[in-house]
Design a protein around this ligand. Structure first.
Ligand SMILES: [Mg+2]
Length: 186
């Protein structure tokens, strides 16, 4: 019998538009920070704030993930439900502290975002261990790692991953297109 397929799905800038909320937080630290359309490099923030300030801004959002203003992309629910229906095991994997598990889980449930497993850590690439898995993530670093491990990667296209386009993984405009791609590939 064929092994069950696994989808390893990111949260920030995959299931919801995290960058705009992060921008609001970063502006409080340094109001000269450019808006997300100019974040053409993954490490853009290094010229504007310290790593502590950057991580604190991110943690603050994650600890309030279940804020009612934090909405998933309109296609997110269907994306996960279709993968479930097609027999995928779904691991939601986010680069965030274990301390944010309760608000993160609450947010997923609040919005009907289905998952079998919730992985929160600072190295999700430990999950990329067999060729039955698909990775959905916007981070070029994570997608590169998937490629290295011969795991199919796909993500939403953003300024910070645009220059990595067609680097062994696919970047698309919305989750509907990613879904279609995954179903074709599986
Ligand atoms: Mg992300």
């Amino acid at each position: 019998m064929a092994k069950r397929l696994r989808a390893i799905v990111d949260i920030d800038n995959t299931l919801w538009h995290f960058c705009d909320v992060l921008y609001e937080e970063l502006k409080i630290i340094n109001n000269t920070i450019p808006s997300p359309e100019f974040w053409i490099d993954w490490d853009f923030w290094q010229n504007y704030c310290s790593i502590e300030e950057f991580m604190n801004a991110i943690n603050k959002i994650h600890l309030n993930q279940d804020d009612e203003k934090h909405l998933p992309y309109p296609e997110a629910k269907k994306f996960l439900n279709t993968l479930k229906r097609e027999g995928f095991h779904i691991t939601i994997a986010s680069h965030r502290s274990e301390n944010s598990r309760i608000p993160t889980e609450r947010w997923l449930k609040m919005h009907g975002l289905y998952f079998d497993e919730l992985h929160l850590s600072y190295d999700k690439t430990i999950l990329f261990n067999d060729n039955n898995c698909f990775v959905v993530d916007d981070s070029p670093k994570v997608l590169e790692k998937a490629k290295e491990k011969q795991v199919q990667g796909a993500g939403l296209l953003f300024p910070w991953n645009k220059s990595h386009y067609e680097n062994g993984y696919i970047l698309l405009d919305n989750l509907d297109d990613i879904l279609e791609f995954l179903l074709k590939k599986s």
